[in-house]
Design a protein around this ligand. Sequence first.
Ligand SMILES: Cc1cc2nc3c(=O)[nH]c(=O)nc-3n(C[C@H](O)[C@H](O)[C@H](O)COP(=O)(O)OP(=O)(O)OC[C@H]3O[C@@H](n4cnc5c(N)ncnc54)[C@H](O)[C@@H]3O)c2cc1C
Length: 459
Amino acid sequence: MTGRNKDFVMTKSEQVPVVATSDVVVVGGGAAGLSAAVSAARNGCSVTLVERYHHLGGMASGGMVLVLDDMVNPGHGNRPDEIVTTGIVSEFVDRMKAQNAAVFPPPEDCVTNWEMWQKWSRWGCINFHETGTPQPIIHAVAFDPDAWKRVSLDLVKDCGVNLRLHSWFSEAIVENGRVEGVICQTKLGRQAIRAKMVIDATGDLDLAASAGAEFIQGEYIVTTVFRLCDVDTDKAEAFEYANPEEYKKLDRQARRVIGGAWGMWWLKTPLPGIVWCNCPHMTGYDGLSPEGMVAAEYEGRERMMNLLAFARANIPGFENAKMLGAAEQLGIRQTRLLRGEYVVTKDDVHKRRHFADSVCRGRDYYTPYRALLPKSLDNVIVAGRHYSVDSDAQKMSREIPPCMAQGEAAGVAVALALQSDCALRDVNVGAIQAQLRAQGADPGDIPSANALIDQNEGA
Ligand SMILES: Cc1cc2nc3c(=O)[nH]c(=O)nc-3n(C[C@H](O)[C@H](O)[C@H](O)COP(=O)(O)OP(=O)(O)OC[C@H]3O[C@@H](n4cnc5c(N)ncnc54)[C@H](O)[C@@H]3O)c2cc1C
């Protein structure tokens, strides 16, 4: 932050109480951090999970990002769709489904025709990477944000993870080039947590950056996601399919009013009458700067109320709609990105480049273990949207399930590093891949038929 300021004060040195000591500390309880904590704990580590807010889930719950995407390597011709984010992702979905809080198409509905489009597209279960109409229906999961929080807490409790909510990470404790733990700001003052291995799952690279890891400053659109209630979704859909041209015209106007949205600005949620609005898109805001985020909050809330007024006045089914509320967390997609042992490029993602040290995957791309490792630190690994990737490539590879898959891999890696008493970069990648397979995940060690395999595929 200091590069942004001109005026400074000096702070006093102080004694900080140590409130926890564990094998592993995970900072950030979003999709990636939760998965990392659970995976490390199940592999025999004592784990402390630190989260600044009162809930777990990050963007997936507090940010109200309510469709799990990029879970499938889409089939083509005789090659069927392949679900690639399994392991903890599948378990998480099953647990939400058991609470009637997750909706997804059965495999037989994952085809390309208008009937299935009308049945599933308003759940967000479409392959939006395909052009043409209708787009294919694909395995994606619409879920409820409070269920995400509940399932996260259940998992953490089941695994014996020491959960420390209301704890805002402020700095890494670095001694002799090694991260010995973290310091958090709490209502009781600053508190220290000691750990042998550290996982940065803050999404903004707070921890690794504080410990001196190299990074770049990325930026992408931000969004004040919100939900409307009392929407008659049956009526809205019936109108849309009976009057496609009229609907298209209204929809174009609605998107102009909100000022930026994906193809579908409203989607159904597991709660009847409540729709999810993944908009507006707003540009030019720095997701690390308090001033920037306050300005985005003002702008986003104004735009969403304008859209509500337009929809109530014009769109059948929305006559009685009301603002249920904006997400607790501003929708930040990209800030700091690690410059790690390998930097994933747009070309890698686009061409589906396979890596011999792949430890997780999303859609049809592979993530090498090296892209989770800072260059300079032996006992720090990252998981989530701030991994080592170019800005453009991150925009195509940051969805919730792949972030969880990264977390699951990071959890296995720290456990193996502790067992072998070695630096994270020296862990046997084959052992990480084997353990991930044993726990039901797909590390991407076996390339799919559509992967690009380089002659000199590096690990
Ligand atoms: C508006 C929007 C729409 C999106 N749409 C989709 C979609 O439809 N489908 C999809 O799959 N993905 C979507 N994404 C992407 C996806 O939501 C994120 O990339 C993913 O959830 C990131 O997970 P994460 O765990 O890496 O980070 P986050 O979810 O950001 O989690 C980071 C966690 O760390 C905590 N934390 C941060 N800093 C600190 C600190 N200093 N101290 C303590 N705790 C800290 C945060 O509170 C949070 O809980 C969308 C993202 C946005 C913003």
